[in-house]
Design a protein. Structure first.
Length: 104
């Protein structure tokens, strides 16, 4: 199945304690069905000090399930679903709410 959400996409959280928050996708794990979104689902992790980094309690963005994310519509600004269509000989993603092509 083709990836509906990719690294760099601006998404909004649909459910959970971070509902309504927006952010860009930092990384996607398609096998696990999860993505890490900047500024969303942040947890405090205690890390030991090393020669290269300072230790302590550091905030870290944790993975969130892809089903809890929706792409932000580039035209209207709200959450939208992603569809696929052929334009010429190229398969492109588009926002179902406004019909705007996401991939250039």
């Amino acid at each position: 199945m083709a990836a509906k959400l990719k690294k760099g996409d601006k998404v909004v959280v649909l459910t959970g304690r971070d509902k309504g928050k927006e952010g860009a996708i930092a990384s996607v794990s398609p096998k696990a069905g999860k993505a890490v979104v900047e500024g969303v689902n942040v947890s405090i992790r205690a890390t030991k000090q090393t020669q290269t980094s300072q230790g302590g309690r550091l905030p870290k963005a944790m993975p969130i399930d892809l089903s809890n994310l929706a792409l932000v519509d580039p035209k209207e600004g709200g959450p939208t679903r992603v569809g696929f269509r052929m334009e010429g000989d190229k398969k492109v993603r588009f926002a179902k709410k406004s019909g705007v092509v996401i991939d250039a």
